[in-house]
Design a binder for this molecule. Structure first.
Ligand SMILES: Nc1nc2c(c(=O)[nH]1)N[C@H]1C(S)=C(S)[C@@H](COP(=O)(O)O)O[C@H]1N2
Ligand SMILES: [Mo]
Length: 198
């Protein structure tokens, strides 16, 4: 494999790394709605659909064969904890963009995860260079609780946007609130602006 690219999320270059109202934890809490899904990777697929020229479906092996990136980032959970200096390895959203042709009408992305969980992003937040579909955290394959086989990581927004157990992405012209967004969380969730609730 070619040498991996390393991307440093801009937040880790700040002098003050902790957004307002957050406290640093060394732990890695587990948070999600409902029970942890059981995912059989031999049947798992990653589907890309909506406003794209041609829909794509990748198996787990096909996904693993995509070029990898390493991202260094901080995590900020809306419930108040922040976890600094995380290393994520996986596939950049830039690679997804090159796999398909996104139609010009596409302005939003709905990320779909197991059990019907969704989260929404505008396309520019989704395509920031530090956004990736992560397979590993701190050198280890993700645990099931933290989203194995695949989770989205959006370092510049609160961690609820970082969907665990991702199964696909849908490109849309109109915004559509996701699971937490339709339950009172902010539509965008910038931790530096304390965009916690809508
Ligand atoms: N599929 C799924 N992903 C999810 C959630 C969820 O309920 N379902 N919750 C989000 C929330 S609110 C948080 S804070 C983070 C927590 O990730 P962690 O358990 O790895 O710390 O996952 C996010 N991703
Ligand atoms: Mo959360």
């Amino acid at each position: 494999m070619a040498e991996q690219r390393i991307i440093r999320s801009p937040d880790i270059e700040r002098t003050n790394r902790v957004p307002p109202g957050q406290r640093v934890t060394e732990k890695f809490p587990v948070l999600h709605h409902g029970s942890t899904p059981k995912i059989d990777v031999s049947k798992w697929t990653f589907r890309i659909w909506g406003l794209v020229e041609k829909e794509r479906k990748l198996s787990y092996d096909e996904f693993l064969a995509l070029p990898e990136v390493t991202v260094l980032s901080d995590v900020h959970c809306v419930t108040g904890w922040s976890k600094l200096d995380n290393t994520w390895e996986g596939v950049s959203t830039q690679v997804i963009k090159e796999l398909i042709k996104i139609l010009s009408e596409a302005k939003f992305v709905i990320v779909h995860a197991a059990g019907g969980f969704t989260t929404n992003l505008n396309i520019s937040d989704f395509l920031e260079p530090d956004v990736l579909f992560a397979i590993k955290h701190d050198g280890e394959t993700l645990t099931t609780q933290h989203g194995h086989p695949l989770r989205l990581v959006v370092p510049r927004l609160y961690f609820w946007k970082s969907a665990k157990w991702v199964e696909g992405v849908e490109f849309t012209a109109r915004d559509r609130k996701g699971f937490w967004e339709s339950r009172g969380y902010h539509n965008r969730g910038d931790p530096w602006k304390e965009e916690r609730y809508g």
